[in-house]
Design a protein around this ligand. Sequence first.
Ligand code: ADP
Ligand code: F6P
Length: 462
Amino acid sequence: PNAEQSSVTKRNLIVVSNRLPLSVKRTEDGSYTSSMSSGGLVTSLSGLTKTTEFRWFGWPGMSPQEPAEQEKIRQSLGAHNAIPVFLDEELANRHYNGFSNQILWPTLHYQSGVAFDDGPWEAYKKVNEIFADYIADAAQEEDLVWVHDYHLMLLPRLLRERMAKKKRQACIGFSLHTPFPASEAMRTLPVAKELLQGLLSSTLVGFHTEDYRLNFVESCQYLLNARAQDSSILYKDRLVKTGRFTVGIDPEKFNDTLRKGEVQARIKQLNERYKEIKVILGVDRLDYIKGLTQKLHGFEQFLTDNPRWQGKVVLVQVAVPSREDVKEYQELETQISCLVGKINGKFSQPEYTPIVYLHRSIPFTELTALYSIADMCLLTSSRDGMNLVAFEYIACQEQRHGVLALSEFAGASVFMAEGTVAFHPANIKEMSQAINKGLTMSRDERTERYKKLERFVNRNTR
Ligand code: ADP
Ligand code: F6P
């Protein structure tokens, strides 16, 4: 670097999210181990670790009260530049399950009948304050603070206030990894204004699609009387930038894994098992927004409409357990198990079961092998911020050029429409036709579509 460059202060990056990329568990001998957390946020930021150094603040998944135990966790995560934000368990429960996932998440995804409750809201505020205290202590002048997702919407405002008291400038980016709904849906939440005000203390607020960004701008206009100026929002004398930033995956990670001997062996084994049978794959967190019940109904409809496919196609559905302390997720699991049983009961033969249902987290090597052998990936979200599984399937299909059947309500469909077979997830007949179209598509058409999708996934790598 020349003299001019070296005189510039180094700006450190601080990433903040509710959940750390590593979740901690206590082992029998009293030490702590950590494993990779699952979900789109971790995937979309994993490529960044290759080029950028940063500290990542978040909740480690558990919070022992004894300082010595906390120190052990701090040390085990420190090696990965991850810094735990410790929260009292009951408080964390009310913030994460109570407000974030039972009130805010369904609102952001247009679910009706959301019941607001003051208790979880108080916990949400408190947790955002605790995060603000941690970050205000850690952030130096000029540091960039990058806050992620709906669990921490108040953090930009609380952090800016704290930094101002310390007479420090704050440069705060906020990225939302869910849809931002239309203002009419947002305003059903009694605390919508507070949440918007929280976000408007950011320097820049980012969304996955232009529609989500426009919905946010509109909510700020209607609910706060803020003014839109080009892509910025003027609110209380501050100009806040907004933008659309398309997240992506690290395709190399999938290619490297596919080259491994053990994965190649597994692919061979699966190809042998399904020699005469087409495989449709679904990989989703077990969440109502992923449209799993609709997917099962759509597959049932397809088998009913096209009896010649009975015995010749399976749906392999990986449903990763998620938010299992929330009632709606528990009820969904019961509903899905029943439906799988019902459909399998209806179409199974002694040597054939139409739905292979894996209700568990599977190793990454197994996931890539499944992506690689599937003739089609079926994703049926009723709403979905982006859906990175769609990208991952394409990254693993260099050989087969399989079909991506994608709901038009997944954020990814905005960018991938040209190459996918699109359908409305609530239109079961249309889904059945989409499955049929995908399974009967010529190799040439599949390749033409695949090339378009591959170009997008390989270019848009983070
Ligand atoms: P969401 O963010 O709603 O969970 P996405 O489709 O955007 O949905 O991201 C899901 C991510 O979770 C993908 O990157 C996928 O590979 C990852 N994933 C799926 N199954 C597992 C698993 N068993 N273990 C770890 N990560 C998983
Ligand atoms: O897609 C939204 C999101 O909250 C991601 O940010 C996250 O990775 C994923 O869902 C899983 O969420 P949770 O932290 O509740 O397991």
